[in-house]
Design a protein around this ligand. Structure first.
Ligand SMILES: [Zn+2]
Length: 548
């Protein structure tokens, strides 16, 4: 997603001993349901003609192992549960449940391992979050969901963790003058009479619960050219309030099809059946709901919306939605990838400066941020919303940019394609990406991922150089001066440019490893100036002095 405003990290703990996080990941105990795998949700939703209360029926299909214990626990916040039907237990317990306003507990009987259980929950209420059913001052009504990170549970009963993805069907009854979009493909609409219409949407691929959404209102829909790639065809739609339709089609979404086709060329097939871009009431600038990306309303209304947010959210369909971080401490697998592919796709469509300028801006934003003293995989941070920070976005993009330089374009893109192909429709942690990239690069990258994902900060180099006019050699002494808590970085290929007063230039490279490194560099002329990382290829700062 894209968010606005500055976010500040406030917790401070040991920055060390985090290498283990790469392997194990951090799992907040309450968020996971060991032994339970929900594979399909079916939601029947009755959207009201007036007011903000709704009623619904949720059917949850799951498999279980003995680890699951004696109850199925569904997250559901602040609603009224009317009754349940539970096929996963004895008849005498089939209607038994307990609900404390946050967790719905249903007894599990002695169902054999891997047997399919199905529970149906009848509930109603007025959501305090997650689903906004509201009227504008003009009286125009609409309903928009907004789930990230754990707000789907305010309107849907689910195992609300990115580690348990599932397919989802929505059957939504709404006022007949509304159009309704949810995840997946529109299967049917049904005139119910009495000014009501039923919309049936189905997503067959498992998607994260934080992307299970609906949008409903008097919306206009425009069909864009479908994305075509390798025989597959992806319909692309833009859903807006009617007065914003012409602007949306011609400015932010003008390249919507090109963006999908570029991602398909670079990464692999579009993961789902279709893609809708939806004007909504999300609190985020954009929210990457699988197949139905929601965007904040205001940038449409002010006509300030550009293409970058569209590229970012579209890239999330591959990274975040199809390949999902198993827990939020690996959020860079979603946000770092979306931030980087925003720029990579932008460069493919509009020229290389999109990438170079974007990376420079990302580096500046990161270095100025309040989270430089925290690592990307920040297991000490338990407030998920605070993980929407410059580590997971800007530094995450830089990790990919530097990885690409480290292994070369060919290995990088083959590795990214392998990673997508291997883990599409599942949930992963960072080490699974690292293993695939090592395989493609045919070398160990453990040091790379460990230093960039588990060490805070970035290298701050103090560079002293001295030329020897007799043998045209430079002696360059590089000292890493960043705070001790950030650790020491290994930089096997730091580019330098030698310049003289006559306008000669020469490029060389130095390998920096350890607190202080002394490098000897052959110079074709006696330089008057040495520039470290002249193209801004690395996330570092350098202060350069000539020793006379
Ligand atoms: Zn994002």
């Amino acid at each position: 997603m894209r968010s606005g405003g500055n976010l500040v990290i406030r917790s401070a703990t040991s920055a060390l001993a985090l290498a283990a996080a790469l392997v194990a990941g951090f799992r907040p105990a309450a968020a996971q349901r060991p032994g339970i795998n929900v594979f399909l949700y079916h939601f029947d939703i009755q959207l009201p003609d007036t007011g903000a209360a709704f009623s619904a029926v949720a059917s949850v299909a799951f498999t279980r192992t003995p680890e699951a214990g004696d109850a199925l626990v569904l997250d559901l916040v602040g609603l009224h549960v009317d009754s349940v039907e539970n096929s996963a237990t004895a008849d005498s317990l089939a209607h038994r449940f307990s609900y404390d306003g946050r967790s719905l507990r249903l007894p599990l009987g002695a169902v054999s391992e891997r047997a399919i259980g199905r529970v149906t929950v009848y509930y109603h209420g007025t959501p305090t979050d997650g689903l906004a059913i509201a009227a504008e001052s003009s009286g125009r009504r609409s309903a928009f969901a907004d789930d990230w990170p754990e707000r789907a549970r305010y309107w849907l009963p689910l195992v609300d963790t990115p580690g348990d993805k599932a397919a989802v069907e929505f059957s939504i009854d709404a006022p007949a003058r509304w159009r309704v979009v949810a995840n997946g493909r529109l299967l049917d609409t049904l005139d119910l009479g009495g000014g009501r219409t039923r919309w049936l949407w189905r997503e067959t691929h498992p998607i994260p619960t934080y992307t299970m959404v609906l949008a409903a209102g008097p919306l206009a829909v425009s069909e864009h050219r479908p994305a075509e790639s390798g025989g597959s065809r992806t319909p692309i739609q833009v859903w807006t309030f009617p007065e914003d339709s012409a602007f949306a089609d011609s400015v932010p979404f003008r390249g919507a099809t090109d963006i999908v086709e570029t991602m398909e060329r670079l990464v692999g097939p579009f993961p789902y059946e279709q893609l809708a871009h939806v004007e909504s009431s999300t609190r985020f600038g954009g929210m990457e709901n699988a197949t139905a990306i929601f965007y904040a309303r205001r940038p449409y209304v002010t006509r300030r919306m550009g293409e970058s947010v569209v590229r970012h959210e579209t890239a999330h369909q591959w990274f975040g939605d199809a390949v999902t971080e198993r827990d939020f401490h690996h959020l860079w697998l979603s946000e770092g990838f979306a931030s980087y592919f925003d720029l990579v796709v932008g460069a493919a469509l509009h020229g290389d400066s999109v990438l170079s300028q974007g990376m420079r801006a990302d580096a500046e934003a990161y270095r100025k941020s309040a989270v430089v003293d925290r690592p990307i995989i920040d297991t000490a941070e338990h407030d998920i919303v605070k993980l929407l920070n410059e580590n997971n976005y800007q530094k995450g993009a830089w990790v990919l940019h530097m990885l690409r330089r480290q292994v070369g374009d060919s290995a990088f893109f083959r590795g990214v394609r392998d990673y997508y192909g291997t883990y599409r429709d599942s949930s992963v942690i960072s080490s699974q990406f690292a293993v695939i990239m090592e395989h493609r690069a045919k070398k160990s990258l453990d040091w790379f991922f460990t230093q960039w994902l588990t060490q805070p900060g970035y290298p701050q180099l103090d560079v002293n150089w001295k030329s020897n006019p007799f043998n045209q050699r430079l002696t360059v002494t590089v000292t890493q001066t960043q705070p001790v808590a950030w650790g020491v970085f290994r930089l096997p290929d730091v580019p330098i440019e030698l310049r003289d007063a006559a306008g000669h230039t020469a490029r060389r490279s130095m390998s920096v490893d350890g607190q202080t490194t002394i490098v000897r560099v052959d110079a074709p002329f006696v330089p008057t100036e040495v520039v470290v990382d002249p193209d801004g290829a690395l996330l570092l700062t350098a202060t350069v002095h000539a020793e006379r």
